[in-house]
Design a protein around this ligand. Structure first.
Ligand code: BES
Ligand code: ZN
Ligand code: ZN
Length: 512
């Protein structure tokens, strides 16, 4: 894979004011009465430039604001970027992650070669330094990312690498930060990998080429195995849901199975986990075709599966002492002479029959086979991730993913992981009332419910394929894409889910 923007990230023991860099990045809180230690030292060396800027009121430290100053040979740095952090008591890891991302995004836009981050100095002892190091590393990857794989102009001056340093003069702090940076770099890299695969269009990534990408990824990891169910194997296994959705495309469907077997034996009470991700490489709706407006965005309907793929990469690189499987059912949903149709009755892997009333409700058709497979293979915790319903977008917008579960402990763990990772979720129901709507008169289930509560009825459908297994569902429709881009992110795939799932798994190991 062509590396789009390479990021190198390291900690360095140095006084921020002394650090030679293209841009030194410092935080400032909107409620700060005076400059904090780092800014004060810079201000002194720059002859009061920071204080004058604040006094003029041009920069107040509010979230989403920044101010740029020049070093003018008086400090090591060529430039100083002040990043607004908002109210000090409201700072979380995500504030720092986003601030680092903002700085990295700006640096790439300005074609700088290196930046030095001292953002953690504005937080105080409330948040652990390792966590701040992790957040800055993740943010540096996140903000510097942009997708230009298919831009052929060779001379547009895009830079190949960004060197990021996290600077602190105190040895103990450097050590603590560094612990977090190592983990954050793994997660950040995995998330950028996810964004690139997801951003690739459907004429490049289809189920077979996605399976190949998964194989390539797994080949680079000692702890990962990758097996792929092709059409023949799917037929032999009677995975009728995946086969039905894939029937309309010349690119045949696949089920990708990744298994992480850690070097260190997992703790005996650690659950065997399966992550299941929807990878519809293009969702035209099929015979129940979608309107053409924004249909191009349906290349991102593989985002859940790719979040699982990239999480498996991070799990392997961290060599987490857990048994984790990644199951990625993949199909292309197209209308053709061979497509599945409204009215069809499909026998799924579980044996349950489904009356298809809308071919655009295809995500649940492929997920149900993978969920039943995971449950049958005695996985103890199953989490699925899918761009499943427009209804979830209507309910939550593009700030939080829907979270449904049959287990309060798993729900709580995912809510906590969401807070820590900055990939937010909101709990929604999926119980019996909703399942009732999914009953068919001529089959066991139908694939759509009534007009309302579509995210919940979809989850209630999925829930019926895991039996008694502890299960959660993340509906990430609307979370998969940045429509426009913003101060810290390029437009396109968000890589949502990689940080959330990795954090959940890391917490299982650390049990704190
Ligand atoms: N992939 C879509 C859901 C989606 C919509 C994701 C918009 C991201 C943005 C899914 O396959 C779908 O089409 N769902 C239907 C279900 C309906 C037919 C019951 C929907 O939400 O309209
Ligand atoms: Zn659909
Ligand atoms: Zn879909």
């Amino acid at each position: 894979m062509k590396q789009i923007i390479g990021v190198s990230i390291k900690t360095r023991k140095i006084e921020p004011a002394a650090c030679k860099t293209d841009m030194l990045v410092v935080g400032h809180c909107s409620d700060a009465k005076r400059l904090d230690a780092v800014a004060r030292e810079l201000d002194r060396k720059l002859g009061g430039a920071l204080r004058r800027l604040l006094e003029l009121g041009d920069f107040k430290g509010k979230p989403k604001t920044q101010a740029l100053l020049y070093g003018e040979g008086k400090i090591g740095a060529r430039r100083v970027l002040l990043v607004g952090l908002g109210e000090k008591k409201k700072i979380t890891c995500d504030t720092i992650r986003k601030a680092a991302a903002t700085a990295a995004h700006k640096a790439v836009g300005m074609k700088l070669k290196g930046i030095a981050l001292a953002l953690h100095r504005s937080v105080g002892a409330r948040i652990k330094e390792a966590d701040l190091g992790k957040a800055m590393a993740e943010g540096a990857y996140f903000g510097s990312y942009r997708y230009d794989e298919f831009v052929t102009k060779a001379d547009d001056g895009r830079l190949g690498t960004l060197k990021v340093e996290i600077v602190d003069p105190r040895q103990a702090s450097v050590k603590a930060l560094n612990q977090g940076v190592r983990e954050g770099a793994v997660v950040g890299r995995a998330q950028s990998y996810a964004r690139t695969i997801a951003n690739r269009p459907a004429n490049v990534i289809n189920p077979p080429t996605l399976a190949r990408a998964a194989r390539d990824m797994a080949r680079g990891q000692k702890t990962l195995s990758c097996t792929v169910f092709d059409k023949k194997k799917l037929e032999a296994a009677k995975m009728g849901g995946i086969l039905a959705v894939g029937a309309g495309s010349r690119s045949e469907p696949r089920l990708i199975v990744l298994k992480h077997t850690p070097t260190k034996k997992p703790a005996t009470d650690a659950p065997a986990v399966a992550l299941v991700g929807k990878a519809v490489t293009f969702d035209s709706g099929g015979i129940s075709i979608k309107p053409s407006q924004d249909m191009d965005q349906m290349k991102l309907d593989k985002s859940g599966g790719i979040a699982v793929l990239a999480t498996m990469k991070a799990v392997a690189e961290l060599d987490l002492p857990l048994s984790v499987w990644g199951l990625i059912p993949s199909a292309e949903n197209l209308p053709s002479a061979t497509s599945y149709r409204p009215g069809d009755i499909v026998t799924t892997y579980s044996g349950k029959t489904v009356e298809v009333l809308n071919t655009d409700a295809e995500g649940r058709m492929i997920l149900c086979d993978a969920l039943a497979y995971a449950a049958g293979q005695k996985r103890e915790v199953i989490i699925d991730v899918a761009t499943l319903t427009g209804a979830c977008m209507v309910a939550l917008g593009s700030h939080k993913a829907g979270l449904m579960s049959n287990n309060d402990d798993l729900r709580a763990k995912l809510q906590r992981a969401a807070e820590e990772s900055g990939e937010n979720v909101w709990h929604l129901p999926s119980g019996d009332e909703y399942a009732e709507e999914m009953k068919s008169k001529i089959a066991d289930l139908r694939n759509i419910g009534g007009r309302y509560g579509g995210a919940c009825t979809a989850a209630a459908f999925l829930r019926q394929f895991v039996g008694d297994t502890t299960w959660a569902h993340l509906d990430i429709a609307g979370m998969d894409i940045f429509q426009k881009g913003n101060e810290y992110a390029a437009p396109g795939s968000t890589g949502f889910g990689v940080r959330l799932l990795t954090t959940y798994l890391v917490n299982l190991v650390n049990k704190n």
